[in-house]
Design a protein around this ligand. Structure first.
Ligand SMILES: NC(=O)c1ccc[n+]([C@@H]2O[C@H](COP(=O)([O-])OP(=O)(O)OC[C@H]3O[C@@H](n4cnc5c(N)ncnc54)[C@H](OP(=O)(O)O)[C@@H]3O)[C@@H](O)[C@H]2O)c1
Length: 316
């Protein structure tokens, strides 16, 4: 099975589960909410779930573990992915990154305990740590794999060069790179067309990362895939309003939801991008059903129309 098949067509991102990040604990309400969201995902053909040790300061994994404990057989029907490498400061913001081998091992053991699982299907390194030694990172990942705690490994917010440096030391294939990619965060697609223009300097997407992932069978997972609602009800700027109108019209004509159009825009790209959706509302999860179950029905021209509307200025 390829990394894309393992991940599914859409992944549910669990960052919104477990209640407030500043609360110490969770209760029945947070567990029931997580149960409703997981059920909405399953009903919508979504069977892959994305976590990180820091989501809700561990509470997202913990409530998910409660849901698994209450639903015998569920673990075998789903894919569970988590991340490590960000350490939060007291104010809840990223304090430092930590990809020391010993830290990776400790964080994964804590995540498995919270999730109440023996292994995660995929472990992502959340962000690059400038102090990390790729050899130390690779040894920790290989040990976790050999122990059966981690079935596959990937990265997040990393460039082609960073993946190459890690892969050179690692005896397991890097299967995924999770990056911010959406109709709003378009640097991943702008980078490919602004090649020899001055605007290329401002793009902010590492040149060649998309192509590297495609060439090496590394699944591109798109975080922030719903553009945080900018084209499906939460639009503010003139470009967002114009794009939202286009999205609504396309949804009407194709008999689907605006959320699906926004996600189809990512899925229509030939790189096999897998959107990670983070809405914590079961009804909005259900609005993504067609994105997970149908092939993207956008023509070449419709895809460009959406890009241009969101871009708000002509192509070079
Ligand atoms: N690797 C990384 O560094 C990284 C970083 C960030 C996130 N992630 C992962 O990616 C997942 C998705 O990212 P995300 O949650 O930032 O992005 P997203 O899926 O684009 O947006 C979800 C957020 O937008 C809101 N939203 C969506 N549609 C809306 C609408 N029509 N009106 C008002 N609000 C709307 C949601 O609120 P409601 O909950 O009220 O619907 C939620 O707060 C996360 O859950 C996490 O798993 C990874």
């Amino acid at each position: 099975m390829s990394a894309v098949d393992e991940a599914g067509r859409v992944i549910y991102g669990c960052m919104g589960l477990g209640g407030e990040w500043n609360a110490e604990t969770y209760g029945a309400a947070e567990i029931e909410h997580a149960e409703a969201v997981v059920q909405a995902a399953l009903d919508s053909g979504i069977t892959a779930f994305d976590h990180a040790d820091i989501y809700g300061r561990g509470k997202a994994e913990a409530v998910f573990g409660e849901v698994l404990a209450r639903s015998p057989g569920l673990r075998e029907r789903i894919t569970v992915q988590t991340k490590c490498g960000i350490r939060l400061a007291a104010n809840g913001r990223a304090g430092h990154y930590d990809l020391r081998g010993a830290s990776i091992g400790a964080r994964v053991r804590e995540s498995l305990e919270r999730l109440r699982v023996d292994a995660v299907d995929v472990l992502l390194l959340h962000r690059p740590d400038p102090l990390a030694d790729p050899r130390d990172v690779a040894a920790a990942l290989s040990a976790l794999h050999a122990e059966g705690r981690v079935r596959a490994v990937g990265v997040s917010n990393m460039s082609a060069a960073q993946i190459t440096a890690l892969q050179a030391e690692l005896d397991l294939p890097v299967v995924a790179d999770q990056l911010e990619m959406s109709l709003h965060s378009r640097a991943w697609v702008e980078q490919g067309v602004l090649v020899n223009t001055p605007a290329a300097a401002d793009v902010g997407f590492s040149d060649g990362t998309l192509e590297h992932c495609r060439a090496h069978g590394i699944t591109l997972q798109a975080w922030g895939a719903l553009a945080r609602g900018r084209y499906t009800g939460r639009q503010e700027t003139p470009e967002e309003h114009a794009t939202a109108r286009l999205v609504a019209g396309l949804a009407d004509r194709k008999g689907t939801t605006p959320e699906t159009i926004v996600l189809w825009w990512l899925r229509r790209h030939p790189a096999g991008i897998v959107p990670v959706i983070g809405t914590a509302r079961p009804d909005r999860v259900r609005a993504c059903r067609d994105a997970a179950t149908r092939d993207p029905a956008l023509t070449h021209e419709e895809w460009y129309g959406l890009w241009l509307a969101a871009r708000g200025r002509p192509l070079p």
